[in-house]
Design a protein around this ligand. Structure first.
Ligand code: PLP
Length: 429
């Protein structure tokens, strides 16, 4: 009875009954996995609550600070909450950190000095880091400051090249950057356990090397985080997992006192560090976003797994596949033709709470060789913890899909993508 009403409502939004039923048949098999995801979320929720309660988060924390922002109780308490939550000595959680790339640049530039070398033992880092490092020449890059870079690629089977890593570490190696999520590459995402093994190996060779983890898209997917397995620093964006969909801007760095202090002096100024930086009224969204984040990440994960199972069943290449364990919230679906990628993105857009009436079109995006199509009907511009999809218009025509603030919305978006694929004759159910 109730289900009939649900189906009718789907129909009013353009999702036909056979699409709904196909989704339902897939979902029935996913119950045990969804239960495990809920359990991870429950554990992470309790960890967040423990940090909130220990630090006496209170109404005063949401007051708006302006000007220099001295003694901004909300900001200082939130940083202590982050430090405790992630078992770190210190944290820097600021709206003045404009995005994930900025947070990573800050962490690197503040902890490296001329003559030092940066090492990536997990292959090529995320696109935007190429300009920070100077792999692609860029104004203000680490290379311009005399900081060199070395990279050891993963082996063909996706495992660490321990011999190559050992050979790449020498007296100048100061900082090691480890990217947890595959991002938009084809390598596997690393589990926290794997990251721990890598850090252990590196510290045996050189104990004083700083191990930094690019934690973007990985937070709260597991019940442990990289700091728990020996990372000195962990860095990410608040318009991804930890902002819970509510943070309108921001980035974070958590880690050792030394690393975080260096970052604070670089973000503001030598001598000022963490003491300044007014939070301008965003604190409530940072706290409430963190409070919601475990559940939001669970919704996004369910969406990713639902999509993988649907599209794998229909014969498309999906990465990770339908049954693999998950270490981040990104799902790739390969369509092998442009029409598939476009229809998928149109479906995600059509199901959006914002801008649902616009049709996404491939465009020449700055910095990319090929045209890119993007679906993002988000409350926060560019937020990728909200349901979103994009992909370059080149073979093999892969859509990267992530987010979903609520499971209901992730499900609706995926069913809508399926509906568009069906309408264009690209699948038959
Ligand atoms: C998103 C992302 C970044 C960059 O974050 P922005 O907020 O887009 O600047 C860096 N590394 C990884 C792995 C990411 O997923």
């Amino acid at each position: 009875m109730l289900e009939e009403i649900v189906k009718q409502q789907y129909k009013r939004l353009g999702v036909e009954e056979d699409v709904y039923e196909f989704g339902k048949s897939i979902l029935q098999e996913l119950k045990p996995r969804f239960e495990a995801i809920d359990q991870v979320a429950e554990c992470n929720h309790l960890r967040v609550m423990e940090a909130f309660q220990k630090n006496r988060v209170r109404t005063e924390c949401f007051n708006m600070a302006t000007g220099y922002g001295y003694d901004d109780v909300g900001r200082d308490t939130l940083e202590q909450v982050y430090a405790d939550l992630f078992h770190a000595e210190a944290a820097l959680v600021r709206p003045q950190i404009t995005c994930g790339t900025h947070a990573l640049a800050l962490a690197l530039m503040s902890n490296l000095r001329p003559g030092d070398e940066l090492l990536s033992p997990v292959g090529k880092p995320y696109d935007t880091l190429e300009e920070i490092i100077g792999i692609r020449p860029s104004k203000g890059s680490l290379a311009e400051y005399g900081i060199s870079y070395r990279q050891v690629d993963l082996k063909e089977d996706g495992t660490f090249d321990y011999e190559g890593i050992k050979a790449a570490i020498h007296e100048k190696t100061k900082l090691v950057t480890i990217q947890r999520s595959k991002g938009y590459a084809t390598r596997p995402t690393l589990s926290v356990e794997q990251i721990g093994e890598l850090i252990h190996f590196i510290k045996e060779i050189k104990p004083d090397v700083i191990c930094m983890v690019d934690n973007c898209y990985g937070e709260f997917v597991e019940t442990v985080e990289p700091i728990d397995v020996g990372a000195d620093m962990m860095v990410g964006s608040l318009i991804k997992n930890l902002g819970g969909g509510l943070a309108p801007i921001g980035g974070y760095i958590v880690g050792t006192n030394e690393c975080v202090e260096n970052a604070a002096y670089r973000l503001t100024s030598p001598g000022l560090g963490k003491e300044v930086g007014a939070s301008l009224g965003v604190m409530q969204s940072f706290y409430q976003g963190l409070f919601l984040a475990p559940g939001v990440v669970a919704s996004a994960l369910k969406g990713a797994i639902f999509a993988a199972n649907i599209y794998e069943r229909l014969g498309f290449d999906v990465h990770p596949n339908a049954t693999e364990p998950r270490y981040d919230i990104i799902q790739a679906v390969t369509f092998h033709k442009p029409e598939g990628l476009i229809a998928f993105c149109e479906g995600i857009q059509a199901a959006a709470p914002v801008d649902s009436y616009v049709t996404p079109e491939p465009w020449d995006m700055p910095g990319y060789d090929d045209q890119v199509i993007m679906a993002a009907g988000a409350f926060v511009q560019g937020s990728s913890i909200e349901l979103s999809a994009d992909g370059p218009l080149r073979s093999p025509y892969t859509a990267f899909f992530q987010g979903g603030i609520t499971w209901n919305h992730a499900k609706q978006g995926i069913l809508m993508s399926l509906q568009k694929m069906k309408e264009k004759g690209l699948i038959s159910l």
